[in-house]
Ligand binder design. Structure first.
Ligand SMILES: [Zn+2]
Length: 304
């Protein structure tokens, strides 16, 4: 396709999106909307796949829950990362996977986001205080020393500790996975420090550590995420055209957005001859999508 043809197609798509307004809901009248549609706290999804109850290195925290639907690349990323941890660090317990989204997205109990198939909660890998891997009994809170005090009905030891090596490897795989394209990993500052200190001691590349420090974030407007990580994938360029809205920065290591030649007034006039207003509006949208540099880290992000 010529670059002009690509531009025309993109304008058409954006125009159709504009007509969808804020509805953002795929319907027979909005066939252009598909996949992850809308922002994580206000959206839906189509084409979701269900995370199997268990697989190599992981299992669902709630086997019978209906909230294990996500976009295919999210489900694949979870499976890949957990399998890598199990393979490279045998002898551990499975990662316990919390909620993804409902099959068709939308609001689910207990979450503000998790509506568009790009979010998942994963419980910590933990060991006993003597270092033996054990199952995480639930959403236990890890402190700055890596220990989590157990309360109430939990039988057994008083404390468990974050299994830093396995936790780091899981996150490393999510970051290195070329298909995952992680936008955020919400986690407490304490846990981030434990993980990145460990990565430095391990001799991981400065680029990978910087990457991790960039996406690891303690949310300012929800729980500090000291009891699990919450992984959110970014919208990819083709997904953005189909209705995916990132609601945050587009990191410069994510797949490059298509570079189109600047459109002159004459080209815009010819593309939008029937509706010049729509054409210039579409051009502004394209400018925003294609020409803006990576935005600074959002001050407010939606976590849980
Ligand atoms: Zn979450």
């Amino acid at each position: 396709m010529s670059s002009r043809g690509a531009a025309a197609r993109l304008i058409t798509s954006i125009g159709l999106l504009a007509t969808a307004g804020c509805l953002g809901t795929p319907t027979p009248l909005q066939p252009n909307l598909s996949g992850s549609v809308g922002v994580p706290h206000h959206g839906v999804q189509t084409g979701a796949v269900q995370l199997p109850v268990r697989g190599p290195g992981y299992m669902r925290l709630r086997p019978r829950s209906l909230k294990y639907w996500g976009q295919p690349r999210l489900v694949a990323a979870i499976q890949r990362a957990a399998a890598r941890v199990a393979k490279e660090m045998p002898g551990g317990k499975r990662a316990l996977i919390g909620d993804l989204s409902a099959r068709h997205g939308g609001k689910i109990p207990g979450h503000h986001s998790h509506r568009t198939g790009r979010d998942v909660d994963i419980l910590w890998y933990v060991t006993t205080t003597s270092g033996a891997p054990t199952y995480n009994p639930g959403f236990i809170h890890v402190e700055s020393d890596g220990l989590a005090k157990l309360h109430g009905a939990h039988a057994g030891p008083d404390f468990l500790q974050l299994d830093v090596p396995r936790q780091w490897l899981l996150i490393k795989d999510l970051l290195e996975n070329p298909d995952a394209n992680v936008q955020w990993i919400f986690a407490s500052r304490n846990v981030e420090a434990l993980l990145t200190d460990y990565a430095r001691a391990l001799g991981e590349s400065p680029a990978l550590i910087w990457h991790a420090e960039t996406v690891l974030l303690q949310p300012g407007d929800s729980s500090p995420h000291d009891d699990h990580i919450h992984v959110r994938l970014a919208c990819l360029p083709d997904e953005s055209v189909r209705g995916c809205e990132g609601g945050g920065p587009y990191w410069n290591w994510l797949p490059a957005l298509p570079v189109l030649p600047a459109l002159g007034d004459r080209q815009l006039d010819s593309l939008g001859a029937d509706d010049p207003l729509a054409a210039s509006s579409a051009a502004r949208v394209i400018d925003r999508l294609l020409l803006e540099p990576a935005q600074p880290m959002a001050r407010h992000v939606v976590g849980e």
